[in-house]
Design a protein around this ligand. Structure first.
Ligand SMILES: Nc1ncnc2c1ncn2[C@@H]1O[C@H](COP(=O)(O)OP(=O)(O)OP(=O)(O)O)[C@@H](O)[C@H]1O
Ligand SMILES: [Mg+2]
Length: 169
């Protein structure tokens, strides 16, 4: 997949209507997937971005933000835990919990409040917040495959399912 291409059905491996696996052969493909997710975002949606260090989580957020009109470098919120983007129709919060030593830091930092409103929450390293974190609508599980990446996208709610269908239609 390259910039400007849609995600054609031939690029999708659809397991059932709640999950799909997609090959991301290069960085442009990860950016394009982020961009393809943008139109399906709904207020209050929670998206987990899972995968090892360097799997492409921040790259995907960068593609999504570019599609929403926020250009340039996306600062990884590793040290601040959260970065806010206000886009005309919604607030978008980008989290990275990698540096939590324990899940309680999520509550100590008051981050749970962000998950109670209408903002879209994109979360890198969601497992570091343990069971305190709000459940996901959509989970993106990125893996390194040779020089590229693959991603499994799992819809975990009706809202997530609608977003997944946006990708395939
Ligand atoms: N599909 C891809 N194929 C090859 N390289 C990729 C792909 N997607 C992203 N990359 C590259 O992987 C590197 C790491 O990406 P990124 O910072 O997005 O990872 P991350 O998952 O956010 O890592 P971290 O856990 O450290 O936050 C970047 O150099 C990026 O260009
Ligand atoms: Mg990152």
């Amino acid at each position: 997949m390259h910039r400007g291409d849609g995600i054609g059905p031939e690029k999708l491996s659809l397991r059932d209507d709640t999950s799909l696996t997609l090959a991301l052969p290069d960085e442009a493909a990860t950016l394009a997937l982020g961009a393809a997710l943008a139109p399906g975002l709904k207020p209050g949606m929670v998206i987990y971005l899972e995968g090892e260090l360097g799997a492409g989580k921040t790259t995907l957020v960068r593609g999504l933000l570019r599609a929403l009109g926020i250009p340039g470098k996306v600062k990884s919120p590793t040290y601040t835990f959260v970065e806010l983007y206000a886009i005309s129709r919604l607030n978008l919060y980008h989290f990275d919990f990698y540096r939590f030593d324990q899940p309680e830091e999520y509550l100590d930092a008051g981050l749970d409040e962000y998950f109670q409103g209408d903002g879209v929450c994109l979360v890198e390293w969601p497992d570091k917040a343990g069971s305190y974190l709000a459940p996901a609508d959509l989970r993106l599980r990125l893996s390194v495959v040779e020089d590229g990446r693959s991603v499994e996208i799992i819809a975990a709610s009706a809202k997530g399912g609608a977003c997944l269908r946006c990708l395939t239609n």
